[in-house]
Ligand binder design. Structure first.
Ligand SMILES: *Cc1c(COP(=O)(O)O)cnc(C)c1O
Length: 407
């Protein structure tokens, strides 16, 4: 099992005081904190390696290029991609989804259909709406039930030969629902549709195997897995990446340029125009090493303990309602989204912040979910492997106190 005290010592920010109180950081679904190895790797890059990549013959440029490509291979191994050039560096999940949606602009025709789910983050809704607007394709929505789980029969009924792409998250950021994506991918393939999985909320808790899943695209953000902001990954099957047109034009993505015609570079460079976030790409590899050393099975088991404990303790509070799947369903990750009767989520968030407790309040970039439950938003406590039961106790005590002030 995990030595949590030792792990916490890896994260300098966790020993800080906020508003005079020890920080209790329960906003991990928004972004994770960074361990010292990651922070040091960032400055180490600028102290020792900094040079532009893939262009210089000089030694430093080669060292930087090698480090960048080693990181790509590390990510390839981590997600079990078949080929390193199926791993593209992006600035994050949002960038990855926009790249794919934009590419499908060259593929879709009027009347084709794009499927998203009722559980999506705005990042996995808006780019598809923009695509539909441009092509005349139709956006369809896989509905969910009162438990915040996608209705599989309704999904199956929506699929047809008109469906060209299904874009769904692996895990919902707003409710913690773990979607049955293996099944959903297989079903989509039966009608010849491609599948993009938004893994932003899954990759902090598990290690996706893109070949076993057989997804066509898998996207995630570095900043949610202890890596730097402005980093991310788009995995795409080679056949799809070959088929899609480039997203941005510029340096690095070309083979030959004349004013008459430009030919594009091969994968992955075709999709990596311009000077990338070199340091970020390299250090993302460091963060993945860090998490793998702790072990995703250990992380998932411990976080589940926090989920069970947190759910139990929160339900002691009168009038508190939790949204999303049941803790014992096996379909829920360490995210607890809740409301208290008669109190606006924002008020709770503001009061407990005075006690140093950081939770998210609002719609969590998933307004359609809030509309479904007919609520303005929720309070969301999202746990990471460096959180503790004692911190949950502090949050519950602070909420109980806030409640007596507000009702
Ligand atoms: C955070 C998140 C995103 C957006 O990620 P960015 O890092 O902001 O690009 C998309 N989908 C889900 C499920 C998320 O949790």
């Amino acid at each position: 099992m995990l030595d949590i005290e030792k792990i916490r010592a890896d994260f300098p920010i966790l020993s800080q005081k906020v508003n005079g109180k020890p920080l209790v950081y329960f906003d991990n679904a928004a972004t994770s904190q960074k361990p010292t190895v990651v922070i040091d790797a960032i400055s180490g890059y600028y102290k020792e390696i900094n040079a532009n990549i893939h262009r210089g013959v000089h030694t430093l440029s080669q060292i930087a290029t090698d480090a960048y490509e080693v990181s790509r291979k590390k990510i390839q191994a981590h997600i079990n991609a078949e080929k390193a050039h199926e791993v593209l560096f992006t600035s994050g999940t949002t960038h990855g989804i926009n790249l794919v949606a934009s590419g499908f602009g060259a593929i879709l025709k009027s009347g084709d259909e794009v499927l998203v789910s009722a559980l999506e983050h705005h990042s996995n809704i808006v780019p598809w709406q923009m695509l539909c607007e441009k092509t005349g394709a139709v956006l369809k929505v896989i509905p969910m039930d009162q438990n915040g789980e996608l209705i599989q029969d309704a999904y199956d009924a929506l699929l047809s030969e008109k469906t060209k792409i299904v874009a769904v998250n692996h895990i919902s950021n707003a409710l913690g629902t773990i979607n049955p994506i293996q099944r959903m991918i297989a079903k989509a393939h039966e009608v010849g549709a491609a599948v993009l999985i938004d893994g932003a909320q899954a990759t902090p808790h598990l290690r996706p195997d893109v070949q076993a899943l057989d997804c066509d695209f898998y996207v995630f953000s570095g900043h949610k897995i202890c890596g730097p902001t402005g980093t991310g990954v788009l995995y795409g099957k080679e056949v799809w990446l070959e088929k899609l047109p480039p997203y941005q034009g510029g340096g690095e993505m070309i083979k030959e340029v004349t004013f008459e015609k430009t030919t594009y570079a091969g994968l992955p460079h075709k999709f990596e125009a311009g000077t990338p976030n070199i340091e970020g790409g390299i250090v993302l590899g460091t963060s993945i090493d860090y998490l793998n050393a702790i072990g995703f099975e250990n992380i998932a088991a411990y976080e589940h303990e926090l989920l069970v404990y947190g759910t139990e303790r929160l339900l002691e509070i009168e009038g508190l309602k939790i949204y999303g799947p049941n803790v014992d369903s096996g379909n829920k990750t360490a995210v607890i989204s809740f409301n208290i009767d008669g109190i606006h989520p924002y008020d709770i968030g503001t009061i407990i912040d005075r006690q140093g407790i950081a939770v998210r309040t609002g719609h969590h970039c998933a307004q359609p979910i809030m509309s479904f439950f007919e609520i303005p938003g929720t309070i969301r406590a999202s746990f990471a492997f460096y959180n503790t039961k004692e911190e949950i106790d502090l949050m519950v005590a602070a909420i109980k106190k806030a409640r007596t002030m507000l009702v």
